[in-house]
Design a protein around this ligand. Structure first.
Ligand code: DON
Length: 310
């Protein structure tokens, strides 16, 4: 292991990891529930690291936009928490669910309050509350991602959003069920439209590493203004660590040792508070919906550099 000193650049580490991933057999399978994701080559790989000042290092397909999917749940959580503060936690919990991300099973026992903001039920509650406060949750998210990444061309993928909608029965069921408990404000079709557009945002590893920088900067945005308090930034990072990779969160914490959030497009972001942010993309997933090469690359990064929260 090479313990990184502050003056060392991350580029050689990324190149070493890319070489190891290239030789890695078995990369999982791309998500196949919508055609736009199924078409991705599972062997593609990109990784970026952004330092607190916006310096970015990258390797492989690090500038290739991909479907961010559930990674966006981190940003909507932060945007809503910034507006409403602790009241949010009366509507969504912060415990690992131990169940798949799209599971319905706990909701009835727990009176329509989802376990955490990163399973689909919890993300729907967060988007609903952001929608109530802004009138355009997905638009608010996109504006934030563009501003923080410095990339004004970031956008929704209308084909992915339409495809999600066409295969959205389970999310619709979750939303209707929670609305029956009074835990959804907006009409379900309005909420689902916002949620599917949210999940369809296309962004690259470089974009995401930069956009997540506020979580490494303890709540401060790229322009120095504050999105979250220090405490809220700590809370979001903690929930990412315990719930960001669903029923694999224990394994992810064990291997990577960082707050992280995955998406079924094959992306994962990870945060080193006070130091840097990472984003990795490889579309082949394991059975729990996390990128096989992505987790392996993050595992190697923290192992090779000694950079982790532990
Ligand atoms: O709600 C869904 O099914 C997708 N739009 C997002 C799922 C997702 O990325 C879960 N992550 N691993």
């Amino acid at each position: 292991m090479v313990i990184m000193s502050p003056s060392m650049t991350f580029q050689p580490v990324l190149e070493r990891i890319a070489g190891e991933i290239e030789r890695m057999p078995g990369r999982g399978r791309a998500a196949d529930y919508i055609p736009a994701l199924a078409a991705c080559d599972p062997r593609r790989f990109g990784m970026a690291v952004a330092e607190l000042d916006g310096t970015v290092y990258g390797v492989g397909d690090w500038r290739q936009p991909f479907s961010t999917q559930s990674i966006t749940k981190v940003f909507t959580l932060a945007l809503d928490l910034a507006r409403e503060g602790d009241e949010l936690w009366e509507h969504v919990g912060r415990e690992p669910s131990g169940n798949p991300f799209n599971s319905l099973v706990q909701l009835e026992y727990e009176s329509g309050i989802p376990r955490n903001p990163f399973i689909n039920a919890g993300a729907l509650v967060v988007t609903d509350r952001l929608q109530t406060r802004t009138g355009d949750a997905a638009g608010e998210l996109l504006a934030f991602l563009r501003a923080e990444s410095g990339n004004p061309s970031l956008d929704f993928d209308k084909e992915v959003a339409a495809s999600e909608s066409a295969h959205g029965d389970r999310n619709a069921a979750l939303a209707h069920f929670m609305k029956s408990y009074g835990n959804i404000d907006n009409e379900v079709p309005v909420l689902l439209d916002q949620y599917f557009r949210q999940c369809s945002v296309m962004a690259s590893c470089a974009d995401l590493a930069l956009a997540a920088g506020f979580l490494a900067r303890h709540g401060s945005r790229a322009d120095g203004s504050r999105l979250l308090t220090l405490t809220q930034a700590k809370q979001v990072n903690a929930v990412m660590l315990t719930c960001g990779t669903y029923d694999a969160a224990g394994e992810f914490a064990y291997r990577v040792g960082l707050p992280g959030k995955s998406g079924v497009g094959g992306g994962i972001i990870a945060i080193v508070p006070g130091r840097c942010t990472l984003a990795v993309w490889s579309p082949g997933l394991d059975e729990r919906g996390n990128s096989v090469a992505g987790v392996a690359a993050l595992d190697r990064f923290t192992t090779l550099t000694g950079v982790s929260v532990f």
